[in-house]
Ligand binder design. Structure first.
Ligand SMILES: *[C@@H]1O[C@H](CO)[C@@H](O)[C@H](O)[C@H]1NC(C)=O
Ligand SMILES: *[C@@H]1O[C@H](CO)[C@@H](O)[C@H](O)[C@H]1NC(C)=O
Ligand SMILES: *[C@@H]1O[C@H](CO)[C@@H](O)[C@H](O)[C@H]1NC(C)=O
Length: 417
């Protein structure tokens, strides 16, 4: 078949170019008969001279080349003598070269040769259309030929317009992220999270989702993040595209302690946790609904963010009677608003002091006198003496005892005056 075309095309070529098969590029005929001989080679006159006829020293190696690079196909023939070598493109049945001449009009194709033995077909800037079988023929009778395959591979690339871009969706809706890629061989496409975390997918936690489509039913805030669509086909480089998924939901709020106690003069901190996307505006109000502004002597408002979560703290310094009551933390975003109430109650001040008196007697017997001494502090009086740390050990106990001893001595001096 290829051979028949060879003949036809040749005759056309002859008309166009000055190049021609000189003597006998006779093909077909015997060649066909050989194929039909069921592999039994019949010695005849022609075969008698077998050793002196041109002979391929090796098969034409398959060549794999990345699109855009150059390819080289080699055909090595011994004993060529007066015969001629031609390169033929099998698939399109095109003659590329005959002997020293390039026949094809394709400017990317050229020819080189060595000692009438090695014949190289050069294809510059290889394209996908170049993929296929190439045949090296020698115009013996019957014609002799060898075929080699030129594989053209294409690194993967992502088709942007058919691939999802950043998305903002409402929580609980279905979301579908799509990724389309081309390349040769056909690329393998997968999805994963950029941060490497698992994806909740069809009731399971998976690290990678194979395929072009990442379909998430009832998306949750935990799905929020950056996703990578990765396409690979063994031809470097692999490629990926970042797609950011944002999941919107109205604010939610939780309060660790809804009831806080503080004694007069104490500093107290109220806490509130919220989740919202888009990011909420958060603030505290008093019972009367006045917004509490940070920076005063009285209040300090702190909020720390991590993603869609916020941790709010309200520090109230030196609690007085007016500070008892309810406080509200509020979170607001475009989808809604929520609040929670924390009640601040008065508790008795821990003014109990454990007095321990050391009597360093010669017999080293310690006599501990325990009694509770209730101070009712005047409003401008000295601060209450706090209890020693519960976790007593010998050294801290000793220090404490020493302090108590000194205070006791001072008090007794004052009283005696
Ligand atoms: C050359 O490539 C073709 C097509 O991929 C394949 O069928 C053939 O086995 C390969 N030959 C060699 C020697 O690798
Ligand atoms: C979301 O997907 C699930 C499962 O495919 C389907 O049953 C449900 O109807 C979908 N919901 C919407 C709102 O499309
Ligand atoms: C006792 O106090 C010393 C010094 O303050 C400290 O290094 C040690 O860890 C304490 N031991 C205990 C059991 O608390």
């Amino acid at each position: 078949m290829a051979i028949a075309m060879f003949e036809t095309k040749c005759s056309i070529v002859f008309g166009l170019l000055t190049v021609c098969f000189s003597d006998s590029f006779k093909v077909l005929g015997r060649h066909v008969r050989n194929i039909e001989s069921n592999g039994i080679s019949v010695l005849n006159g022609a075969d008698f001279n077998q050793d002196t006829l041109p002979r391929f020293t090796e098969p034409i190696p398959n060549v794999t080349v990345t699109v855009g690079r150059d390819a080289l196909l080699a055909c090595v023939v011994d004993n060529l003598r007066g015969f001629k070598v031609a390169w033929v493109r099998v698939d399109t049945q095109t003659i590329l070269s005959i002997h020293h001449n390039v026949i094809t009009q394709n400017p990317r194709i050229s020819l080189s040769y060595n000692d009438y033995r090695s014949w190289y077909l050069h294809i510059k800037n290889v394209q996908e259309v170049d993929r296929g079988w190439y045949m090296c023929q020698v115009n013996t009778d019957p014609m002799r030929s060898r075929k080699g395959y030129l594989q053209v591979v294409v690194p993967p690339s992502i088709i942007d317009r058919e691939t999802s871009s950043d998305m903002v969706v409402l929580e609980s809706t279905n979301v579908s992220l799509t990724c389309k890629a081309t390349g040769y061989p056909e690329p393998y496409v997968m999805w994963r999270r950029e941060d490497g975390e698992d994806i909740r997918y069809n009731g399971e936690n998976v690290n990678v989702v194979d395929g072009e489509v990442l379909f998430i039913t009832k998306v949750s805030r935990l799905h929020m993040g950056v996703y990578l669509c990765i396409a690979s086909n063994g031809v470097p480089p692999s490629i990926s595209k970042r797609v950011q998924l944002k999941v919107q939901f109205s604010p939610m709020l939780s309060i660790p302690n809804q009831l806080e106690g503080a004694y007069l003069g104490q500093d107290v901190t109220l806490e509130c946790r919220t989740e919202a996307f888009p990011t909420s505006i958060n603030y505290w109000t008093t019972e009367r609904g006045d917004m509490i502004i940070s920076g005063s002597d009285k209040y300090e408002v702190v909020a720390t963010d991590s993603g869609y979560k916020k941790f709010m703290m309200l520090k109230i310094r030196r609690v007085n009677k007016n500070d008892y009551g309810s406080y509200k933390c509020v979170a607001k975003n475009s989808l809604g608003e929520t609040d929670g109430v924390i009640k601040l109650e008065e508790i008795p001040a821990p003014t109990t002091v454990k007095m321990i008196t050391n009597h360093a007697t010669s017999s080293q017997i310690k006599k501990e006198v325990d009694y509770d001494l209730e101070y009712t502090l005047p409003s401008n009086g000295p601060p209450p003496i706090k209890e020693p740390p519960v976790k007593e050990n010998s050294s801290s106990k000793l220090t404490f005892n020493l302090v108590v001893y000194v205070i006791a001595v001072c008090l007794s001096l004052l009283v005696s005056r």
